[in-house]
Design a binder for this molecule. Structure first.
Ligand SMILES: Cc1ncc(COP(=O)(O)O)c(C=O)c1O
Length: 445
């Protein structure tokens, strides 16, 4: 066993190496990761004291601090209120809870609260095999932790989407307390509008997990969950929404039924599932919200355009990109079947060797028990878009990907081109370079 100091030196060295490797030398196409601006990073570094504090207590139905059980809260309560108000303003809703430390935490509190409020333990969700997150599933948080009974939406593999007509039958028959939309493999807007009336008919709350697409929604593309009938939005704040790692729940408690549900969710946040709430991220979350207010529309549009461009280009070059007939995607992601080229596991590793980082993915028609043999890759374009990639750059990146997929070049050779390409795009766009810059912009607006 190494000595304590040897371990410490190695730890620091590994973290320095990581920063250089992933931020400078690799192209990131992981669909669940975001890219923070220098201003958001700077704000995080200016919130060191806050990062160590506690603020246990209760909030009101606007998401503002009501009671705190700790002293020293003079500014902390303001910080939480302002962060909640910025998220409410951005997403045009009347309640936000920003105390969640992750998207999973947001789901935990929401599913727990809604099952309590509806006195119903049944939840209709997308099947895990078709792109739901593990926190939605009976094998994960929803079932194994909260003890909910999961019933699956009927999913069309051809459409890569929930089948609204067949799911209506499922919801009517199951009479759940919660109908959930959203997911991790999430290429097309889910049919909230089509199923809202059915959820109402059986008295179910509608929850929408926007973790992957929150930035797209902020930018006015993909879908409008509240406009289409969602009662609550749960989300991470660090995927297409380029904030610090954290979570949020949004809602409009405009009638007694929704007020009751909101209070149950708040209770599930505190005291049930949070003590410290990682307060140091809140000022940075506010800066990210401002960036999305100002630049979100342009960023979201370009992100989807880049994903569609890559879909078309890979397809034209002989790769099976799912859902060609629907234009490949309406989000930041593509699902690609690479079983003809050795499968997802082999190619994700070879692409990593070329410094192109993306995830292998079981596709809905794969044997879900054979996790080691996925036929797919899931590719996300939010990071490269924020770095300024446009259609031509995306095609160039696809050429590098294709040369690995088709074994035309060795990954180590491609790596040199990837590092050179990344050098040209090491500047974060659609955001601010410093907190000062953000403040100047906000003062002018
Ligand atoms: C749909 C969905 N919900 C929730 C989560 C969990 O998010 P977090 O990592 O913030 O807990 C993910 C993670 O990727 C996700 O895809």
């Amino acid at each position: 066993m190494e000595s304590f100091s040897e371990l410490l030196l190695k730890l620091v060295e590994a973290s320095r190496n990581h920063e250089r490797y992933r931020d400078i030398e690799c192209v990131n196409l992981i669909a669940s990761e975001g890219l923070k601006s220098p201003a958001v990073n700077q704000m995080l570094s200016l919130s060191n004291d806050l990062e160590g504090r506690y603020a246990e207590g209760e909030n009101d139905l606007e998401g503002h601090v009501k009671i705190r059980y700790y002293q020293g809260q003079k500014y902390m309560s303001l910080i939480e209120n302002y962060a909640a108000d910025l998220m409410k303003s951005l997403f045009k809703c009347t309640w936000a809870d920003v105390r969640l430390v992750s998207g999973t935490h947001a789901n935990l509190a929401t599913f727990k609260g809604l099952s309590q409020a509806s006195k119903n333990r049944k939840m209709v969700v997308t099947p895990l095999s078709c792109g739901a997150h593990i926190s939605h599933d009976y094998a994960g948080l929803a079932g194994a932790v909260l003890g909910l009974e999961n019933i699956n939406h009927v999913y069309s593999i051809d459409e890569l989407n929930i089948d609204p007509d067949k799911s209506a039958h499922v919801i009517r028959a199951a009479k759940p307390g919660i109908v959930t939309f959203g997911g991790s493999l999430f290429l097309f807007p889910h049919p909230i509008k089509e199923l809202k009336a059915v959820a109402d008919e059986v008295g179910a709350y509608v929850a929408y997990d926007a973790s992957h697409v929150l930035g797209l929604i902020a930018g006015g593309v993909f879908q409008d969950p509240f406009g289409e009938g969602a009662d609550f939005i749960t989300s991470s704040t660090h995927k297409t929404f380029p904030g610090p790692q954290g979570g949020v729940i949004l809602g409009n408690p405009k009638n007694p039924r929704l007020e009751k549900a909101t209070k149950a969710i708040q209770f599930a946040v505190f005291p049930l599932s949070a003590s410290n709430t990682h307060l140091g991220r809140l000022p940075a979350l506010g800066i990210a919200a401002l960036e999305m207010k100002l630049f979100g529309a342009e960023l979201a549009k370009q992100t989807v355009k880049n994903a569609q461009t890559a879909g078309q280009y890979l397809c034209e070059n002989g790769v099976h990109v799912l859902c060609e007939s629907k234009g490949f995607t309406k989000s930041h992601q593509l699902a690609v079947d690479v079983s003809d080229f050795g499968g997802g596991k082999k190619l994700a590793q070879e692409l990593e060797d070329a410094h192109i980082i993306l995830n292998k993915n079981l596709l809905p028609y794969d044997d879900q028990d054979d996790r080691d043999n996925p036929s797919g890759l899931r590719i996300g374009f939010q990071d490269v878009t924020r770095r300024g990639f446009r259609e031509g750059d995306i095609k160039h990146l696809c050429d590098l990907i294709l040369s690995v997929i088709k074994s035309k070049r060795k990954p180590v050779e491609v790596k040199e081109d990837v590092i050179a390409l990344k050098k040209e795009f090491n500047h974060v766009k659609y955001g601010f370079q410093s907190v000062e810059e953000a403040i100047k912009f906000a003062e002018k607006a």
